[in-house]
Design a protein around this ligand. Structure first.
Ligand code: NAG
Ligand code: NAG
Ligand code: NAG
Ligand code: NAG
Length: 182
C-alpha cells in the first residue's frame, strides 16, 4: 500500500499494517507531526518535517505499541523530540535520519503509567544530530511503574553542537511533575 498525503489530515497512523509512506514534506505542525500507534511493518522514507526550535511539543514522529516501524533517509527539524519512542515499540529501525534543531531521539519517557508494554529492539544507525539539546536518550520517570527497555543499539551517530550526546535518565522529572509518584 502506498499512502501519499491524505493521512496528514488526521496526523495519526492507527492500526495500520504493511504500509510505505514516502516523500512527504510537512511544515510547522501544531504538536506531534505523526503519531504512530498500533502499527505493524510500516516504513517512512524521505519524510521531511520542519518546525522552529522554539515550538513546544512538536515531536517529529511519535511511536507507540507498534512492531516493525522503519524510518529511513529522513530529515526532522523540530522544537521537541525528533523521534520519540513510547512503550510497546518493537523492532524499530531508524537509519540515515538527520535531526536538528530539537531534542534528539528519545526512548521514553517510560514508566508514567501502569501496565506499559516493553520496548524491545531499537536500532538507531548512521544518524546525524545537529544543533539539538540531546543526541540519543533513554528516559524513565522518577518513581516509575515497572517496565523494561531492551535490545537497544545506537550506532554511527554523528553529533554537532549537541549539549548532551548520550543520556540515560532514570529520574526524568520535567516541571517537578513526578513528585506525586515518589
Ligand atoms: C511489509 O510492508 C511492505 C510494504 O511497505 C510489503 O511489501 C512487505 O511485504 C511487508 N512485509 C511483510 C512481512 O508482510
Ligand atoms: C550513512 O548515511 C549517509 C547519508 O546520510 C551515506 O552517504 C553513508 O553511506 C551511510 N553510511 C553507512 C555506513 O551506511
Ligand atoms: C546550526 O545552527 C546554526 C545557527 O542557527 C546554523 O547556522 C547551522 O547551519 C546549523 N547547523 C546545521 C548542521 O543545521
Ligand atoms: C547550536 O544550536 C543552538 C540550538 O540548539 C543554536 O541556537 C546555536 O546557534 C547553535 N550554535 C552553532 C555554533 O551552530
Amino acid at each position: 500500500m502506498i499512502i501519499v498525503v491524505h493521512f496528514l489530515l488526521t496526523k495519526g497512523l492507527i492500526f495500520l499494517t504493511n504500509a510505505m509512506i514516502q516523500d512527504v514534506n510537512i511544515k510547522d505542525s501544531k504538536q506531534f507531526y505523526i503519531n504512530v500507534l498500533g502499527c505493524k511493518n510500516i516504513t517512512f522514507e524521505h519524510f521531511i518535517v520542519s518546525a522552529p526550535n522554539e515550538s513546544p511539543n512538536t515531536d517529529g514522529i511519535h511511536i507507540g505499541r507498534s512492531d516493525g516501524v522503519n524510518i529511513l533517509n529522513s530529515e526532522i527539524k523540530t522544537g521537541d523530540d525528533c523521534v520519540s519512542i513510547g512503550d510497546g515499540s518493537k523492532n524499530l529501525v531508524i537509519n540515515r535520519v538527520t535531526c536538528g534543531p530539537g531534542h534528539g531521539i528519545s526512548i521514553g519517557s517510560l514508566g508514567l503509567f501502569k501496565n506499559e508494554e516493553p520496548v524491545d529492539g531499537v536500532t538507531v544507525k548512521n544518524c546525524t544530530m545537529a544543533n539539538t539539546s540531546n543526541g540519543v536518550r533513554i528516559k524513565s520517570w522518577s518513581g516509575a511503574e515497572p517496565g523494561t527497555c531492551s535490545n537497544i543499539h545506537f550506532e554511527d551517530i554523528t553529533v554537532t553542537n549537541v549539549s548532551s550526546p548520550i543520556t540515560i535518565d532514570q529520574k526524568y522529572c520535567p516541571w517537578n511533575k513526578c513528585k506525586i509518584n515518589e
